[in-house]
Write a protein that binds this ligand. Structure first.
Ligand code: 5GP
Ligand code: ZN
Length: 114
């Protein structure tokens, strides 16, 4: 999508610290980390939020949760645990309108989040 910052990161047009990439997804360090490890996992194709996911996205969702999250958790040494969060829409606190999963770790997480 032309004016989407995460599409531009996925294509390399905007620089980021990429920690993982394949045909379907990219994962890069958050610009304003909320934890010692804070990575954003995004689909390379433009999807607005989790509310837009559907039948055609099963492979993508499974890939993120069955392959990428456990692989990154291991590589980033989050053996004590981690949190995966996706914010959707206004009440969800979403600020970038391209689906992303925050992978947070390296400190104890409070619940509920602020
Ligand atoms: P949201 O609030 O939509 O769930 O999260 C958006 C996240 O994207 C925020 O944590 C913010 O710090 C991060 N972010 C926004 N713009 C950029 C950017 O240009 N580069 C990187 N690496 N992260 C960004
Ligand atoms: Zn996008």
């Amino acid at each position: 999508m032309a004016d989407c910052i995460f599409c531009k990161i996925a294509s390399g047009e905007i620089p980021s610290t990429m920690v993982y990439e394949d045909d379907m997804v990219a994962a890069f360090k958050d610009l304003e980390p909320q934890a010692p490890t804070h990575v954003l996992i995004i689909p390379k194709k433009h999807v607005v939020s989790a509310a837009e996911l559907g039948d055609g996205d099963r492979e993508l969702a499974a890939h993120i949760f069955c392959d990428v999250v456990p692989k990154l958790a291991k590589e980033l040494k989050l053996s004590k645990g981690f949190r995966v969060v996706t914010n959707a829409g206004e009440d969800g606190g979403q600020t970038v309108m391209h689906l992303h999963f925050h992978l947070l770790g390296g400190r104890s997480m409070q619940w509920p989040p602020g």
